[in-house]
Design a binder for this molecule. Structure first.
Ligand code: TXA
Ligand code: MG
Length: 338
């Protein structure tokens, strides 16, 4: 792996992406301190990080991803005590939830402090914060000593990257460095919970399930239209206005393999919990033993299908409980207008 060559000007690094080992976290932190962009692993998916206090660094994130500027970023912090540096009016429920679930795959949306750069929050008066549990992410955050804004490390609209190879597929030459660690453990993005007004609402399902959240705070609800029509969602979750998680292949949902029927495509792939009794010839199949494996492998499978020029991917629906809600959310959005 290349090591970091010292330079005073981050701009000179752009156009060439350093590959860093996880034990080179100090170099990763140094690049972040100098306003660079660094992709690092988290327990959910890889994140494309930059200093959340540096306007130019934040602009570099949006440019690297081709992300619409109205879609705000999550700020990643090392310690839960730091929440008061960035959020106003932190309610008691936030502390209770942080005690149980943080560090981990839970993002809290709270009223923001005015010190936060507008481009991070896309001009909203709230900010999303999360405390990753991945040890490499924690080491980088601690060494950098900065709040790090980090969206998922994929080109906008594409499936999130769960391996460093997938990161490079989308972002090689577009970011300053990539920390090449193991594949991510969860494979789907964090649960986003809005605590900024009235009833606490889950805006995006993730690895921390509604059931787990309600066991701590029974008043938590799923945003009502999240399940039925995610595209027509209200402005309080700007990310849902945009295309997401889509492979180049057409994604179709089915209840079982024998319902996966021919279309005018020439090549088919399939992922699900059941994987026999096909009525058509399927060239790539991923059988998942449980929904955790389904979540962990879904985005990588989408990317493998694209690499193999698959035209249609059949995805088995799962029951909308627990982690199944997050899987169904991603599947529906991957299948939208594809
Ligand atoms: O697991 C994750 O959350 C990963 C890892 C890298 O931490 N990050 C991630 O970021 O998925 P991104 O940018 O791909 O998705 C963040 C989501 C978007 O849908 C965005 O609209 C929403 O969080 N979001 C961010 N700030 C928000 C805010 N102030 N209010 C409502 N939604 C917000
Ligand atoms: Mg994303």
């Amino acid at each position: 792996m290349k090591s970091l060559e010292k330079t005073d000007d981050m701009v000179t690094l752009r156009g060439m992406t350093l590959r860093l080992d996880p034990d080179q976290y100090l170099q990763a932190a140094e690049i972040l301190q100098r306003g660079g962009t660094v992709v690092f692993p988290t327990e959910t998916v890889y994140g494309l990080g930059a200093d959340a206090t540096n306007v130019a660094a934040i602009q570099a994130i949006f440019a690297a991803k081709g992300r619409p500027s109205d879609n705000p970023l999550i700020i990643h912090l090392r310690f839960s005590e730091q929440i008061i540096d960035f959020c106003e009016d932190v309610p008691r429920i936030a502390y209770r939830l942080m005690e149980v679930f943080c560090p981990g795959p839970l993002t809290l949306v709270l009223p923001k402090k005015s010190s936060i750069v507008d481009s991070v929050t896309a001009g909203m008066n709230t900010v999303a914060v999360r405390f990753p549990s991945h040890s490499t992410a924690q080491k980088i955050l601690e060494a950098a000593g900065l709040p790090i804004a980090a969206p998922s490390a994929n080109l906008s609209g594409r499936p999130s990257a769960t391996t460093w190879q997938a990161v490079l597929e989308d972002l090689d030459g577009r970011v300053d460095a990539v920390v090449c660690d193991r594949p991510t453990e969860i494979g789907l993005e964090s649960t986003v919970l809005d605590l900024s007004s009235g009833t606490p609402m889950v805006l995006r399902s993730g690895a921390i399930t509604l059931e787990q959240l309600q066991s701590v705070e029974p008043s938590i609800r799923l945003r009502s239209n999240m399940i039925d029509s995610p595209v027509d969602s209200p402005a309080n979750s700007p990310g849902l206005r945009h295309r997401h998680y889509q492979p180049r292949a057409k994604v179709v949902l089915c209840d079982s393999p024998d319902q996966f029927l021919p279309t005018d495509s020439k090549s088919f792939a399939y992922i699900g919990l059941d994987s026999d009794d096909f009525r058509i010839q399927v060239s790539m199949t991923k059988h998942c033993d449980d929904i955790e494996e389904y979540a962990r492998t879904l985005f990588d499978f989408f990317r493998q299908c694209d690499a193999a020029n698959i035209e249609t991917i059949g995805c088995q629906r799962v029951e909308e409980v627990g982690l199944g809600r997050a899987i169904m959310d991603r599947l529906r959005r991957a299948a939208e207008s594809s």
